[in-house]
Structure formats: structure tokens, C-alpha cells
Ligand binder design. Structure first.
Ligand code: HEC
Ligand code: HEC
Ligand code: HEC
Ligand code: HEC
Length: 397
């Protein structure tokens, strides 16, 4: 064989080899597993978690809670006065299961400020934030919502590694920077959404007001420093705050927190499948449906006795809640009638007391456990609210 022919064969072989390597490389990139955002993608790999996840579509009511979308405006008509002008006087339904979160935010009659309203409603938001960064927040709500397909899903807590807990929400990481403690991830995955937050009026960024801590007074102090209020009440002319769903903040410092019991222990109890293997329930709902698995590992009472104790605490919170609701309506009516005649400094002081009272009541009212997560805290906030309203009413006498 001539030298030339030989080198031709070698170079042809080289080219083929390089081509094969290059193609394999391209192929390798193409074949990288796609991110799985929707629960269906894990149906075969994790059937127990997936099947329990499907149960989030169920709607069952309990005495004070549950997943039926109860109409709060019908249950408490006074809310039309208390929330007048902030949207919750138009429509306000009780929260239901995680699979409904996307459709519920799209269909609410309340106003949507921007795409950041999707932050706690869909796993697609995580992928959108990866793609658009901080430009996402103020983008058009409906355009972004069209691209989203599912409510809360595996990707929200695990990204692509089911079983490994990951904090996917930047707003929580930012909020936690203000706090000194290291919290258990089994609380933090829930705190991604079950916390107080607001949308920055300009950038629409999801903002967690924990600069001074997580108690209502700390959150109020943060609002004051950041010069934020949610709206001006059309009847009184005073500025007010609107609280969202501070389950995490309420639970902090409770008996259960101090014993290290996490959201997951009660709301995602260990279950067994037919083969006797255990897994965490992924049906997030009232733990009163699962007291045996959720509570009786620690509590020695009979199940219905323990439920009775929970409902007794919730009943006392409800009684106090109704008392404060009525006093708030009285205060709003009095301010509306008398504001023209009050000296400016008195009116300012009355506005301040109304704002502080209402934020304390709202913190308890919109928290979804009806005070169970931290009974003493809930009662103390309602007590403070009640005293502040008295003080404001007295100032107008
Ligand atoms: C000690 C057990 C326990 C812990 C810990 C706990 N919860 Fe709860 N949670 C309950 C009970 C009990 C209720 C009241 C359910 C009812 O009234 O039917 C509740 C209610 C709720 C509700 C309303 C559900 C409904 O169907 O009414 C949400 C949302 C919630 N909890 C979220 C959380 C989050 C988030 C955490 C952690 C920050 C947490 N919970 C920690 C026991 C617990
Ligand atoms: C709201 C947060 C959240 C979502 C959403 C979520 N998980 Fe989990 N998952 C958890 C928590 C918390 C654990 C318990 C982790 C621990 O104990 O360290 C867990 C555990 C697991 C495990 C480990 C085995 C077990 O059951 O303990 C698997 C597998 C898993 N999840 C799969 C899924 C799948 C599949 C989906 C979607 C259908 C999903 N998860 C959605 C929070 C979530
Ligand atoms: C990505 C945001 C997000 C995360 C993470 C999240 N939730 Fe939720 N959760 C929601 C939203 C939104 C709703 C209300 C959905 C609706 O009403 O459409 C909700 C509703 C609930 C309910 C009421 C459903 C019912 O049946 O009563 C419970 C209980 C609950 N979540 C518990 C948890 C727990 C426990 C965790 C952590 C393991 C968690 N959530 C993590 C967003 C989230
Ligand atoms: C890991 C252990 C543990 C789990 C799980 C647990 N608890 Fe508790 N719980 C405690 C401890 C400890 C106390 C404080 C001592 C006491 O009162 O028994 C407590 C106190 C209570 C109290 C009375 C005090 C109060 O103010 O809250 C109630 C009611 C209660 N738990 C209900 C429940 C319910 C309902 C569940 C399940 C949804 C539950 N617990 C799950 C350990 C636990």
C-alpha cells in the first residue's frame, strides 16, 4: 500500500472518528433528561407519592377548616366593610387543595398586579423565573399564566430529585437572610408559600417583610420602615395593611415548634403501601383526617378526644375573632362619620390605632388553622387588636 493511500485511510478514519465523537456529543446534549415539571412525569417512578398527590382534588370540610371553598363574604358579611377597596370585599373563598392553585388564581375576580401573582400558585413559575430573572415580576399576568399548566407540583419542593428537599423560591431565601435561626427544611418547603408577603408597588417583586422578625409587631415595623401600606380605606381615608396567609410565622414559637414537630410531621404523615413500605403522604389537607398517623405517635389521647381539644381551642379563637370583627366595623363607621370634625392629630392617632388593630386581627383571621398552630399567639394578637380599637373609640368620645 502506498504511503499516500495509507495516510488517506488514516485521515478518513480520523474524520469518521471525530464525526462520531461530535455526533455523540450533540446527541448527549440532546439526550440530557428534560426537566420534569408536572406530577404526571413521576407517576411510574413514585406511584405512592403520585397517587396521594391526586387526592389533593378532594374537597372535605372540617368544623373550622378543610378544603371546601367556603365563601367568607357570605359567612362574615362584615368583611365587605373591613376589606372595602382592597379586593377581598369582592371575592374571598377558603383555600383548597394544591392541584387547584393555578385555576383559582386565574379565575379570581380580584385584580392581578403582575406575573409575580403566580409565584405561589404554579411550579411553572420556577422555570419562568430561571428564564426571565427579575423581569418576570411585572410581566403581564395573563400572558404568563397561559404558559403555565399545573398548580403546586413536585418541582416546587424537589425540582428534579423527588425526595430531596429544595427551596425553589428566591423571595423566601431573601426573607430568611434577615433571620438568625436555621430552620428545618421540613418547615421551609412550606414557608415558600405559606407566609406573609407583598408585591413591591413598583417592581412587583414578591417581598417578605421580615427585617425585624416574624411576629406581627416586627412585620408592622418593617412595613413602616419600608414605607409600605396596602391600600387606603375609602370610607375612613386611613391607610391599612392586608395580610396573606402567615402559617409559618404563626407556628414559630408554638409548643409543637419548640418540640421540633414540623409542618411535614402533621400534614404529610408516614403511610404504608400494600407491600408494607412507608412513604410520606403528599395529600396536603387538614390533619384532623389523619390524627392516627399525624398525631397519635406522640399523643396518648383517643383520636376523637384530641380532635375535641383542637376544636375547643379553635372555638375560643373564633369567638374572639367575631368580637373583634364587630368592633372593627363599629370603628370604621365611627371614623367615617366623625373624621371631618376630629382635630388632625387625633385623626392621625385614630388611623394609626385602626391600622395596628386591623393588621393584628387580619394576621389571625387569614391564617388557615383558626389559631391551632399557636393558640396563645392568636389570642394575644386578637386581645391587642381589641384593646387598640377601644383606645381609638375612646379618643373619639
Ligand atoms: C402539630 C401539628 C401541626 C403542625 C406542626 C402544623 N400544622 Fe397546619 N394544621 C394543623 C391542624 C390541626 C390544623 C386545623 C385543621 C382543621 O381545622 O381542620 C391545621 C391547618 C392548616 C392549614 C389549613 C388546612 C385546612 O384544611 O383547614 C394549613 C394551610 C396549614 N395547617 C399549614 C401548615 C404549615 C405551613 C405548617 C408549618 C409552618 C403547619 N401547618 C404546621 C396541624 C399542624
Ligand atoms: C410541598 C412540597 C412537596 C411537594 C410539592 C412534593 N413533595 Fe415529595 N416530599 C416532600 C417532603 C417534605 C418529603 C419528606 C422529605 C424528608 O423527610 O426528608 C417528601 C418526600 C418525597 C419522597 C421520598 C420518599 C417519601 O415518601 O418520603 C419522594 C419519592 C417524593 N417526595 C416524591 C414526590 C413527587 C413524585 C411529587 C409530585 C407528585 C412530590 N414529591 C411533591 C415535599 C414535597
Ligand atoms: C408553591 C407554593 C406552595 C407550597 C410550596 C406549599 N403550598 Fe400549600 N397551598 C398553596 C396554595 C396557593 C394553596 C391554596 C390553593 C387554592 O385554594 O387554590 C395551598 C393550600 C394548602 C392547604 C389547604 C388545602 C386543604 O385541603 O385544606 C394545606 C393544608 C397546605 N397548603 C399545606 C401545605 C404544606 C404542609 C406545605 C409544605 C409541605 C405546603 N402547603 C407547601 C401553595 C403552596
Ligand atoms: C412529635 C410529637 C408531636 C406530634 C406529632 C404532635 N404533637 Fe401535639 N403536642 C406535643 C407536645 C410535646 C405538646 C406539649 C405537651 C402537651 O400538652 O402534651 C403538644 C401539645 C398539643 C396540644 C395542646 C397544646 C396547644 O396549645 O397546642 C394539642 C391540642 C395538640 N398537641 C394537638 C396535636 C395534634 C392535633 C397533632 C396532629 C395533627 C399533634 N398534636 C401532633 C407533641 C406532638
Amino acid at each position: 500500500m502506498s504511503k499516500i493511500k495509507e495516510s488517506r485511510i488514516i485521515s478518513t478514519a480520523l474524520i469518521i472518528m471525530i464525526a462520531v465523537i461530535a455526533l455523540a456529543g450533540v446527541n448527549y446534549i440532546i439526550m440530557q433528561p428534560e426537566e420534569i415539571i408536572y406530577a404526571e412525569g413521576w407517576e411510574n417512578d413514585f406511584p405512592d407519592q403520585y397517587q396521594s398527590y391526586l387526592r389533593n382534588a378532594e374537597m372535605v370540610q372540617t368544623t373550622y377548616g378543610g378544603s371546601k371553598p367556603v365563601d367568607y363574604l357570605e359567612k362574615y358579611p362584615e368583611l365587605r366593610t373591613i376589606y372595602e377597596g382592597v379586593g377581598f370585599d369582592i371575592e374571598y373563598l377558603r383555600a383548597r387543595g394544591h392541584v387547584y392553585s393555578l385555576e383559582d388564581v386565574i379565575h379570581t375576580e380580584r385584580n392581578k398586579a403582575g406575573a409575580s401573582c403566580l409565584a405561589c400558585k404554579t411550579a411553572d413559575y420556577v422555570a419562568m423565573e430561571d428564564e426571565h430573572g427579575s423581569d418576570l415580576y411585572a410581566m403581564n399576568f395573563y400572558e404568563m399564566a397561559e404558559g403555565a399548566k399545573a398548580g403546586v407540583s413536585c418541582y416546587d419542593c424537589h425540582r428534579n430529585q423527588p425526595g430531596v428537599l429544595e427551596i425553589t423560591r428566591g423571595h423566601l431565601k431573601k426573607g430568611l437572610e434577615y433571620l438568625e435561626e436555621d430552620y428545618n427544611k421540613k418547615n421551609l418547603v412550606c414557608a415558600q408559600c405559606h407566609i406573609e408577603y407583598y408585591l413591591d408597588p413598583e417592581t412587583k417583586e414578591v417581598t417578605v417583610p421580615w427585617k425585624y422578625g416574624t411576629d406581627v409587631a416586627d412585620i408592622e415595623a418593617t412595613f413602616i420602615e419600608w414605607n409600605f401600606t396596602d391600600w387606603t380605606h375609602p370610607r375612613t381615608g386611613g391607610d391599612l395593611y392586608k395580610i396573606q396567609h402567615p402559617e409559618f410565622e404563626t407556628y414559630l414559637g408554638s409548643v409543637h415548634d419548640s418540640f421540633g414537630v414540623t409542618c411535614v410531621d402533621c400534614h404529610m404523615p408516614q403511610m404504608q403501601n400494600e407491600e408494607g413500605e412507608s412513604y410520606h403522604s403528599h395529600h396536603w389537607t387538614s390533619p384532623l383526617h389523619t390524627v392516627e398517623a399525624s398525631c397519635l405517635g406522640c399523643h396518648s389521647q383517643a383520636g376523637n378526644e384530641l380532635i375535641g381539644e383542637v376544636e375547643a381551642l379553635q372555638g375560643r379563637v373564633e369567638e374572639k375573632n367575631i368580637e373583634v370583627i364587630q368592633k372593627l366595623v363599629e370603628l370604621i363607621t365611627r371614623i367615617e362619620e366623625e373624621k371631618e370634625d376630629l382635630p388632625e392629630d387625633v385623626l392621625e392617632a385614630v388611623y394609626q390605632l385602626h391600622r395596628s388593630a386591623q393588621v393584628r386581627w387580619d394576621f389571625v383571621f387569614v391564617e388557615n388553622s383558626q389559631g391551632f398552630h399557636h393558640y396563645e399567639k392568636a389570642m394575644a394578637y386578637l386581645e391587642e387588636a381589641s384593646d387598640m380599637i377601644e383606645e381609638a373609640l375612646n379618643m373619639m368620645d
